[in-house]
Design a protein around this ligand. Structure first.
Ligand SMILES: Nc1nc2c(ncn2[C@@H]2O[C@H](COP(=O)(O)OP(=O)(O)OP(=O)(O)O)[C@@H](O)[C@H]2O)c(=O)[nH]1
Ligand SMILES: [Mg+2]
Length: 413
């Protein structure tokens, strides 16, 4: 059996939630919504409470057009509604002191949700890589509430959470998707004793229908609603399929008449629409092809890699034999794009536990994550490690830190 870590960078088509219905049209516009439906959507995005959001979405679904053009929007609305109802349920239980097992509090450096069909080996992966006692069984639907284990990687730990297996028709699909939504990373677990390409497409589409994209966006849309002053649009990158007027029209169609819109990088009108609706969220991912020990697995791995056009790293493993999982921690670490920084007091030893920060973080981010007083009273910092020109270099708040840095912050206060 060959065990390998592969990274594919080939770009593929974007299977965007709302773009399919816009196919063939140069300038995608909202799904020909009636003013009534538009008003309900606007009400939804304005709503402050879960209850109000649910009410607005329910009313939107009543008045929304049922034609083909609105199909994806309807999908999104139904799924969002299911998630909101779930959230409401959780809040109610919390008030009563109960606990929703589908809400898993984060622990460790990051939360990683294992997402796959029943029996794909999610529990086996947790059993093989953590000390958690989880139930593994040839019977599908064994794990019905999220199973959790801590995966050690060097001096940090990642929290692995098994989302109960998803399949057409099972009742907890949106709960498992909700787990993915809240995670820092999703590990897509595919079963090599079945067809991995089919599984991947099914899982990816499920997430996309819920507004979760596995593809890193090329640009960013920021919308800040204002009380008055009309719509101002700043294109700081490229709007690939329209102009400023199209953006304004789109916002007005959703009942937004005053806002500041910033387009950064490469974006489309579809991206603007998703930003208005809040329907698109990028989730970093890795792919785990499990059961590499079964006959015919090698051929399926090859076929999968040929068909796969995403950018996530692919791990080929056998949880049963405990093979290929040595790279799991380092792969998660890389995809999360995080760094570890160790603080120290003057003349003291470096902290045992690192602070976890996003790559690109500065001394200011380090200081702020400890205490805002450190920023306000900041005098200077000393750095040892990869980002320092020499050991103990004196730096300011805007100095960028790197993985493995040790930092000593001097401040008044
Ligand atoms: N041959 C082989 N079988 C495996 C491997 N990993 C898991 N299995 C088997 O697949 C079955 C399902 O494994 P689980 O770990 O319970 O799968 P799961 O994804 O947690 O399943 P649910 O909780 O029911 O959704 C068990 O019989 C495992 O022994 C593997 O790498 N190779
Ligand atoms: Mg399981």
């Amino acid at each position: 059996m060959r065990v390998k870590v592969l990274k594919r960078t080939k770009k593929g088509p974007v299977f965007d939630l709302l773009s399919r219905r816009a196919e063939g049209r140069r300038k995608p516009m909202p799904a020909n919504l009636t003013p009534e439906a538009q008003a309900k959507l606007a009400e939804y995005s304005e709503a402050k409470t879960v209850e109000a959001k649910i009410r607005a979405l329910e009313e939107f679904l009543k008045v929304a057009p049922k034609h083909k053009g609105a199909e994806n929007l309807l999908y999104w609305a139904r799924r969002r509604l299911a998630e909101l109802k779930e959230q409401l349920e959780t809040e109610k239980k919390k008030r009563k002191g109960g606990r929703n097992p589908f809400v898993v509090e984060k622990e460790g450096a990051a939360q990683v949700v294992l997402f796959g069909i029943p029996n794909s080996g999610k529990s086996s992966i947790i059993a093989a890589t953590t000390r958690a006692k989880v139930e593994v069984s040839p019977r599908p639907y064994t794990t019905l509430v999220p199973a959790v284990g801590m995966l050690p990687f060097e001096d940090v730990q990642f929290q692995l959470v098994e989302a109960p297996g998803v399949a057409p028709g099972v009742g907890w699909v949106h709960r498992s998707i909700g787990l993915v939504r809240n995670a820092d990373l999703v590990a897509i677990v595919l079963d090599l004793s079945l067809n991995p390409i089919k599984q991947y497409n099914y899982l990816k589409n499920l997430l996309e229908e819920s507004g979760i994209s596995l593809k890193k966006p090329e640009g960013r849309v920021e919308i800040v609603k204002e009380r008055a002053g009309g719509i101002k649009v700043a294109i700081m990158g490229e709007l690939v399929d329209g102009d400023v007027e199209d953006v304004k029209r789109l916002l007005r169609a959703y009942g937004i008449h005053s806002a500041t819109v910033k387009l950064v990088g490469k974006v489309s009108l579809d991206d603007v629409e998703k930003a208005i609706l809040g329907t698109n969220q990028y989730k970093p991912s890795i792919i785990i092809l499990n059961k590499a020990d079964v006959p015919g697995a090698e051929e399926k791995v090859k076929e999968f890699l040929e068909a796969y056009d995403g950018e996530a790293p692919v791990l080929v493993v056998s949880a049963k034999e405990g093979k290929g999982l040595e790279e799991l921690g380092s792969t998660i670490f890389k995809v999360l794009d995080i760094i570890r920084v160790y603080t120290k007091k003057p003349n003291g030893p470096k902290a045992e536990k690192p602070l976890i920060l996003k790559r690109g973080a500065t001394v200011e981010d380090v200081a702020r994550s400890i205490h805002s007083r450190m920023v306000e009273g900041f005098k200077f910092a000393k750095v040892w490690g990869p980002s320092a020109k020499y050991p103990g270099e004196r730096v300011g708040l805007d100095h960028q830190v790197e993985d493995g840095d040790v930092i000593e912050i001097h401040y008044k206060g």
